[in-house]
Design a protein around this ligand. Structure first.
Ligand SMILES: Nc1ncnc2c1ncn2[C@@H]1O[C@H](COP(=O)(O)OP(=O)(O)O)[C@@H](O)[C@H]1O
Ligand SMILES: [Mg+2]
Length: 233
């Protein structure tokens, strides 16, 4: 099987529960090691890179269950998403204090700008643990954007989110996409897939079943059979 995400697109990844979608994300983002196969990002083999190195290259992911750190504030969660923080090495702080301070200010500005994009600026100083499930999803997406990524992998961004917020999440994804960020999205909500995606890949039992434009996938008999658990003749 060969799955591709074209640069600049919003690509969907769908399939029945247990198909291996989240596992595929874990492989793409090197949270799991593959037994076989290759993963390339912008022409570069990335199997040996750590997740933080991938983030530095522009590839970040979110999780099916949002992983915000509840004992940190919303702002602190965002700052953790900022990559290439030179301030982490003490000798750099010592040698370049102004550069570090300027960089920290840039990160905070970026954090506030993204938080206001997703309507969470007023909650910047609240503990992430006090957010609703939907707000945590927004925080996780905004935090992923802190890394200034080229490609964001979103695992079920609409799951457990109320319909009004789902619409907002879709709007944000579309806006970020127009700014040049590509997305690969796992989602069970077909309205979300249909309205956002340029192309959809269907996974069933760990294999790629079909791929194509969403309108075509929606009518595909193999896809229907996979979802209904039917044997194909
Ligand atoms: N290619 C594979 N070969 C063997 N087991 C797999 C494979 N892909 C996924 N699994 C296993 O199948 C289960 C469901 O996978 P998961 O990725 O959570 O599915 P999904 O996100 O599509 O619901 C997990 O226990 C996972 O370890
Ligand atoms: Mg999953």
């Amino acid at each position: 099987m060969r799955l591709q995400v074209a640069e600049g697109t919003i690509t969907g990844l769908i399939g029945p529960n247990g198909a291996g979608k989240s596992t595929l994300f874990a492989l793409l983002s090197n949270f799991l090691k593959a037994d076989a196969g290759k993963v390339r990002f912008r022409g570069r083999a990335i199997e040996k890179l750590q997740p933080y190195q991938l983030a530095q290259l522009g590839l970040v992911r979110t999780f099916q269950v949002a992983r915000s750190l509840s004992r940190l504030t919303v702002l602190e969660n965002m700052l953790l998403g900022g990559q290439q923080q030179r301030g982490e090495k003490f000798w750099q702080v010592w040698l370049h204090p102004q550069a570090i301070r300027r960089q920290e200010q840039e990160l905070r500005d970026r954090a506030f700008s993204l938080l206001s994009d997703v309507g969470l600026a007023a909650k910047a100083q609240d503990y992430a643990g006090s957010l609703s499930g939907g707000q945590r999803k927004l925080l996780e997406m905004a935090r992923a954007l802190m890394a200034q990524p080229q490609l964001v992998l979103l695992d079920e961004p609409a799951a457990g989110v109320n319909p009004a917020l789902i619409e907002k999440i879709c709007d944000h994804i579309q806006t970020w996409n127009q700014q040049g960020i590509s997305f690969l999205i796992i989602e069970h909500n077909m309205d979300v897939i249909m309205s956002l995606c340029d192309r959809v890949w269907v996974l069933a039992e760990g294999k790629n079943l079909v791929d194509g434009p969403p309108a075509q996938i929606q009518q595909d008999e193999q896809v229907l059979a996979a979802y209904l658990g039917l044997e194909l003749a």
